[in-house]
Design a protein around this ligand. Structure first.
Ligand SMILES: [Zn+2]
Length: 400
């Protein structure tokens, strides 16, 4: 009796029909909406409403969209009510029809958290493969390689039996699913029993950089490896079989890498030449401060905007690995000149970054100790907050 009574007083609510749609190859939002029964004028308004939050051109095949329709009695025709679309793993976009008939879009950010992860790996074939085997996210590997590219020639300095450890952050969702790599906090690269350690440190003025164990920024005037080292064919194989054309008289370093691998400006400077030059093929020469020049040969092509007179920053992309000119396969030929004379690129290690001193150095050394203690832990998670406080609190009593 009670049930019957309730039913009698229930308003005639429209039923919501939910459709889970998967984006097919070549679908546009417009086509998809119309196909699913949304009126063309509504579809247009929905798209213009959500395009503040999501570029419809970034719709991916396989992406899921949830469409909710009302079926107002008595007709039963489907009438768009709302939709949910997740452009990536970090957020979702909701579009709802308002009572005035307009469409409102909002973005809901998923709850994400950072976890600290420690990885230890022995290098058997290449740094890249070792990092992959140790489950290190590619973003972290790239940060590591960038930080080491001032000091390490990945192609020659790394051999089988070398090892490294890294402490880094990864961003996970509330179920612990990996979303992306965060910051590289610490790394130690052990080449021939000689560890090179680096630390991500935020100074009291807020500036963040990677520092060596003595508190010197890893930045140097010129990079030893001016190439996206993640794709270098490093490892013992390379050592036993020197690259074709590499001889003692060679004026520079050759880095074998897949065609199209980005090449970076080894230091800040001005492009002196970008064009074809004999056996060098597509050639770039950069003039740097204090009498240095760097030369890059055999490029497949130059990066957009790279031409004579253009100023470049260290690490910016100037071109791509190729095999133009006299070359036996895709590689970067890299030379460093000092007062117009060729010098060994690996021997130029002039610091160009910050050198921590006095109180800042003391603070850094405490931080360094903290990170190292953290690394001794099997699970680097528990002291997370202490470390965060140390990083965030400029006037920490521990440090004064
Ligand atoms: Zn060469």
């Amino acid at each position: 009796e009670a049930d019957a009574n309730d039913k009698k007083h229930m308003p005639l609510l429209p039923k919501i029909v939910k459709k889970n749609i998967t984006v097919s190859p070549g679908d546009t939002l417009m086509e998809l909406f119309v196909r699913e029964g949304i009126e063309r004028t509504d579809a247009y308004s929905i798209i213009s409403s959500l395009s503040d939050l999501f570029n419809p051109r970034q719709l991916r095949q396989g992406q899921e969209i949830i469409l909710n329709f009302e079926t107002p009695p008595p007709s039963g025709t489907l009438f768009f009510h709302s939709l949910t679309l997740a452009p990536d793993l970090t957020r979702e976009i909701q579009v709802t029809r308002s009572s005035e008939g307009t469409f409102l879009s909002k973005e809901v950010l998923y709850e994400l958290e950072k976890k600290r992860v420690k990885a230890v790996a022995e290098i058997k074939s290449s740094l890249y493969n070792a990092a992959l085997a140790a489950d290190i996210p590619v973003e972290i590997l790239i940060k590591m390689i960038r930080a080491y590219s001032y000091d390490v020639d990945f192609q020659r300095d790394i051999q089988s039996g070398d090892s490294f450890e890294a402490l880094y952050e990864k961003v996970v969702d509330k179920n612990g699913n990996f979303i992306k790599g965060g910051e590289l906090l610490y790394a130690s690269l052990n080449t021939s029993g000689n560890p090179i350690t680096i630390y991500r440190y935020q100074a009291t003025d807020g500036e963040i950089d990677m520092y060596d164990a003595k508190g010197c920024s890893v930045r140097k005037t010129l990079m030893v490896t001016p190439i996206d080292g993640a794709r270098l064919s490093s490892g013992y194989g390379m050592r036993r079989h020197p690259i074709l054309g590499y001889t003692r008289m060679h004026k520079g370093l050759d880095f074998a890498a897949p065609s199209g691998t980005p090449i970076m400006a080894a230091g800040d400077g001005v492009i002196e030449m970008a064009g074809k030059k004999g056996g060098y093929g597509n050639y770039v020469r950069i003039r740097h401060a204090n009498g240095y020049q760097t030369v890059y040969g055999h490029m497949k092509k130059f990066a957009p905007g790279i031409k004579k007179g253009v100023r470049v920053k260290q690490g910016s992309i100037i071109g791509y690995v190729g095999s133009t000119g006299i070359s036996t396969g895709p590689h970067l030929h890299y030379e460093v000149l000092y007062n117009k004379e060729n010098v060994n690129p690996a021997s130029i290690k002039t610091p160009s970054g910050r050198i921590l001193k006095n109180d800042e150095l003391e603070r850094f050394l405490l931080f360094k100790q903290e990170v190292e203690t953290l690394c001794l832990n099997e699970n680097p998670e528990p002291p997370l907050n202490e470390l965060n406080n140390l990083q965030a609190n400029n006037r920490s009593p521990v440090l004064d």
